[in-house]
Design a protein around this ligand. Sequence first.
Ligand SMILES: Nc1ncnc2c1ncn2[C@@H]1O[C@H](COP(=O)(O)OP(=O)(O)OP(=O)(O)O)[C@@H](O)[C@H]1O
Length: 105
Amino acid sequence: MDRQASTSHIHVLERILLDENAEPTDLPLSLLKGITNGFSPAHQIGRGGFAEVYKGVVGKGMVAVKRLSRTFAVHENKFQEEVKCLIKAKHKNIVRFLGYCADTQ
Ligand SMILES: Nc1ncnc2c1ncn2[C@@H]1O[C@H](COP(=O)(O)OP(=O)(O)OP(=O)(O)O)[C@@H](O)[C@H]1O
């Protein structure tokens, strides 16, 4: 993906971040790498049983990027079901779901 395309994706994510009514969307892996400085250890803010969580910088804002561990094999259908659930989960006490990426690279 070229620099211009990557920048336009950052704008899409920034728009979703700023507009609380915007729907989550699929995001390219290159964008997630870009905002986490290549999933650098310095950006890691947490770790769960099957994922690591990174701070992503989007303009003047910040997002959490959850990356499933390589060792955690998840079936494509299960992943899609999970994403559908997360898209529906909207509550003032639940962190907003902004987007997803199914790239297994
Ligand atoms: N939106 C977020 N903002 C800030 N930190 C977060 C966010 N999401 C997760 N974290 C941090 O990353 C850690 C791991 O997140 P994760 O969602 O994988 O945790 P978990 O639900 O405890 O794990 P598991 O699902 O394996 O039980 C959390 O304990 C928290 O410290």
